[in-house]
Design a protein around this ligand. Structure first.
Ligand code: PMP
Length: 410
C-alpha cells in the first residue's frame, strides 16, 4: 500500500463494514451495484432531516432558504466536480436511469421518423429500454454496436459503419458494469459528432473510479447515480450541454418546472428547473455534496490505483483456479470481475455459498441481457472493488472460492 492511502482510516468511516453476516465479518464486493456510505454522508442525511427539512425554492422562511442553499451548493459542487461550464447544465434526477429516460423522452421528441439511435451491446438495460420506448413512440431505428469477436471491447469499425446521415444520438457506457471494459469515450464522442449526432455517456460505473470531465469527453449528455459514488440512493445527475437543454421540451410536468400556469397552457422555468418537476430529494442532493467532498479528499486517483491492486491480486489467483471462466479482459479494465465456475446456473449457488461466508457478490444477468446473450451465458457472478476493500478481503474471497470449488465438485 502507498503510505498516503490509509485503508484502515478509510474503513473506519464506513459503519456498514463493521457488520457481521452470521459468524463472518462482512466482505462487501458488490460495489458495482452500489457502494457503502461514509459517516460524513450519513451525518449530512441526518442533519438534513433533523434541521432543515423544508421544501426548496418555495418558502421565504429560514428552513426553506437553508434547504435551498444546500441544494444549490450541491449543484455547484457537481458542476465543478465534472468541469461543466454552468450550474444550469446540472439537472438532478433520481439516478442514471431517470437521467437517460429524460434525454430519451425529451430529445427524441425532436427527431423524425426513420432517424437512428445507436447504443451498444454492453449497455445496462437503462441505456437500452428508454431508447426502445422512444423508438416505438417516434418511429426511430435503434441499432447496437457489437463486441469485436472474441474480445471484451466494442467493435469500433462496426460503430463507424453504423454512424450515418440518419444517426441522431449515440448512447454508450463509459465502463461496462459486467466486463469492466473502459470504452474510448472521447474517440466515440468525436465519431458521433463527425456524423452530426449527439453523444450521451452513461458514467454510472466511471464516476467513482476515474475523473470525469465534461470537456475531456466533449459529451453532450452525461448521466450518473449518487449511490454508486458513496452517496445516498434516490439521487442522480444529468449533465446536458446548455444549447441542447434549452431546445428540449420538459420531460415531466408539475411544480418547480414552470414559469406560469394557466388552465389552457403553461410556460417553463429557466434551466435547470425546467427539468426538475416536483419536490426533489433535497436532503439526498445535499448529502451527495458530501460524498463528492469525501471522494476528492480521499483522492479519486488513489482510490482507482488501490482498486487496481486488488483487481490484479484477485484475478491472478482466480485465473490459477481450474475451471474458472473470467469475462472481461480488456486492457485497463475497471476493478470488476465477472466469472463462472461450472455452468451459468452455478452463479446463483456461488453467490449463496459466498453469502454464507459473509461475502457479498452479485449474480445473474446484471441488467445486461443483450451482453449475456453475446457472451453465450444467462448469468455470471461478479465481484467488484471500492475504496475500502482490502487485500485480506481479496484473500478471504479467494479462499472462499476454493472451498466452493470443492463443495460444488467442479
Ligand atoms: N448504467 C450502468 C452502467 C450501471 O451499472 C447502472 C447500475 N447498475 C445503471 C446504469 C443504472 O443505475 P441506477 O439504477 O442507479 O439508475
Amino acid at each position: 500500500m502507498t503510505s498516503n492511502y490509509d485503508i484502515e482510516a478509510i474503513r473506519a468511516q464506513f459503519p456498514a463494514l463493521k457488520r457481521n453476516i452470521g459468524e463472518s465479518p462482512l466482505v462487501y464486493l458488490d460495489n458495482t451495484a452500489t457502494s457503502q456510505t461514509p459517516a460524513c454522508v450519513l451525518d449530512a442525511i441526518m442533519d438534513g432531516y433533523t434541521m432543515r427539512k423544508a421544501n426548496v425554492h418555495r418558502g421565504v422562511h429560514t428552513l426553506s432558504q437553508e434547504a435551498t442553499d444546500a441544494q444549490e451548493a450541491a449543484r455547484r459542487r457537481v458542476q465543478t466536480f465534472i468541469g461543466a461550464d454552468s450550474h444550469e447544465e446540472i439537472i438532478f434526477t433520481r439516478g442514471t436511469t431517470e437521467a437517460i429516460n429524460l434525454v430519451a423522452a425529451s430529445y427524441s421528441s425532436m427527431l423524425e421518423k426513420g432517424d437512428e439511435i445507436i447504443v451498444t451491446v454492453m449497455e445496462h438495460h437503462s441505456d437500452i429500454v428508454p431508447w426502445q420506448l422512444a423508438a416505438e413512440r417516434y418511429g426511430l431505428v435503434l441499432r447496437a454496436v457489437p463486441l469485436r469477436p472474441g474480445s471484451s471491447e466494442l467493435d469500433l469499425d462496426a460503430y463507424a459503419a453504423m454512424l450515418g446521415s440518419r444517426t441522431r444520438v449515440a448512447a454508450f457506457t463509459a465502463v461496462s458494469n459486467v466486463l469492466g471494459t473502459a470504452n474510448p469515450v472521447r474517440r466515440m464522442v468525436d465519431m458521433a459528432h463527425a456524423a452530426g449526432a449527439v453523444a450521451l455517456v452513461d458514467a454510472a460505473q466511471a464516476v467513482a473510479h476515474e475523473r470525469v470531465n465534461v470537456h475531456a469527453w466533449d459529451a453532450d449528455f452525461i448521466a450518473f447515480s449518487s449511490h454508486k459514488m458513496y452517496g445516498p440512493t434516490g439521487v442522480g445527475v444529468l449533465y446536458g450541454r446548455r444549447e441542447l437543454l434549452e431546445r428540449m421540451p420538459p420531460y415531466q410536468g408539475g411544480g418547480e418546472m414552470i414559469a406560469h400556469v394557466d388552465i389552457e397552457r403553461s410556460t417553463w422555468a429557466e434551466l435547470p428547473f425546467k427539468f426538475e418537476a416536483g419536490t426533489p430529494d433535497f436532503v439526498g442532493i445535499a448529502a451527495l455534496h458530501k460524498a463528492i467532498d469525501w471522494m476528492e479528499a480521499t483522492g479519486i486517483d488513489l482510490i482507482a490505483a488501490h482498486e487496481q491492486r486488488l483487481l490484479i491480486r484477485a484475478e491472478k489467483a482466480m485465473r490459477a483456479m481450474p475451471g474458472m471462466r473470467i469475462f472481461g479482459d480488456a486492457p485497463g479494465k475497471c476493478a470488476i470481475i465477472s466469472f463462472l465456475m461450472g455452468d451459468d446456473a452455478s452463479s446463483y449457488d456461488i453467490g449463496m455459498l459466498l453469502d454464507g461466508m459473509g461475502i457479498a457478490v452479485r449474480t445473474g444477468h446484471h441488467c445486461a441481457q443483450p451482453l449475456m446473450n453475446a457472451l453465450g451465458v444467462t448469468g455470471v457472478a461478479r465481484a467488484s472493488f471500492a475504496a475500502y476493500n482490502t487485500e485480506a478481503e481479496v484473500d478471504a474471497f479467494i479462499a472462499a472460492l476454493q472451498r466452493i470449488h470443492k463443495i460444488l465438485r467442479l
